[in-house]
Ligand binder design. Sequence first.
Ligand code: GLU
Length: 537
Amino acid sequence: MNVVTRIAPSPTGDPHVGTAYVGLFNYAFAKRHGGRFVFRLEDTDRERYDAQSEARLLAMFDWLGITPDEGPETGGPNGPYRQSERLDTYTQHVETLLASGDAYRAFETAEELDAMRHEQKQRGLPQGYDGRGRDVPRDEQDRRAAAGEPHAIRLRTPDEGETAFLDVLRGEIRIPNSEIKDPILVKSDGYPTYHFANVVDDHAMEVTHVMRAEEWVTSTPIHVLLYRAFGWEEPRFIHLPLLRNPDENKTKISKRKLDTSVDSYRKQGILPEALLNFLATMGYSLPDGREIFTLDDLIATFDPERISLGGPVFDLRKLRHVNARYLREELPLEEIADRIEPLLREAGYAWDDEDFLLDVVDVLRPRAETLTEIVDQAGYFFLADDVYPFDDEARKKVAAGQQALEDLERSFSMLDFFDEDAVDDLLDEYVRSREIKKPAVLMPLRAALTGTTNAPSVTDLVVILGRQRVLRRIGRALSEITSALPDDKPTPEEEQQAAAEAAAKKAEEERRAAAAAAGRAAQAAARAAAGEEPSES
Ligand code: GLU
């Protein structure tokens, strides 16, 4: 079978992680079978239409690397791929159903429908359209339509019996026909409804497998009745489990509880490979149980029957963990450097040679879970004039390590080779000869070189920055910081704490003195009682 799958988003708002998720599984399935993956824009709801959305959706799929084989940009044999450009097709098809009597024109006004609903409620009757327009004779329908009377076109559905369909994951699903109430196919504004356009297009675009979110299960009987009315073969239906918020009740994923925007994850420095890998583990696992795998690995073994229906939770910690794996282990250093380059430039950083960038990314990536976390930490590598702010901790460390920094400044200036081994040896030798602990040297040096105490290995820093910058930075730290903070001036909190400690000490001394005095008085009294002379001792 020539497999054709599709993603059919509506152009509203920020591209959603759920669209990426459904798109991924459709893509994987099509590719597994050498088939085609179609992108169709379902833009017939003109009130919710957002003109930016199409480009953003396509950009999202492009970023994720799951490029449609057919779509509004790529074209294809069954286009156009925007529903708003297919109105003629829907008109043609609805004519077929009108002619066969499977559809009819319904002329009820909004007020009349409101009154109908009101009455149903009052009388405790089932809600929904009661089929009152069905029996208007066909020629009268045509006449009123020709006279321009506003109307919708509805599907005539059976009142008795059930409509059944097979869901690949859920088995047979049956819905009583009494619950399907002549749904609208074409609205009075001339635009088709979701149900109608969706079925006409899935057929026209030769879709063999409709894989979509669980929330469409209840719409499927309407679609099935439409396929039957046209005499078309039904596709196979696969309803994917809804992604869930990581809350107690595992509610349906929502913007209010979780960031659902793919763009936002991109901006936070999540890698597309990691997002795809993470999404692929939502209700799915590879046959060998691997947690980290590529899109190609997924495609090679993808089998929708392995999808599990237990609500998969969108756990941000797991996403960050998977991202860190890609950042540190799965993708080559050069690749990460390429992706981070624009972000560093955006942050205003510049560098001369590419090796420097590779070195920086190499030491920072074990310390970050996202690309932006690398950028956030990278500042001290890129300051052309070596001027950067010192945080409080760093100020103190520099002040405390003044002597060591002066000594190292001299030693670094005389070092023959400025490489990792030489710098390591120099630092080891220094702490040995002075009989001091290594952190007493490393902490002030790290602080002097970066303005912070949260930075990677000192040896890495020294080697990457290079001799000139190291000397410049130590010199600047010594002159500026130590002169500004001659006595390692305490912070207000420290002053407060010292005052509290002094007060406590004083109180303790007073308590001891009072206790001693009381003891002495008691002894004197005892001696007096025994007839002894008071003693001064
Ligand atoms: N336009 C629908 C949506 O926005 C498509 C649902 C389907 O795949 O049938 O999700």
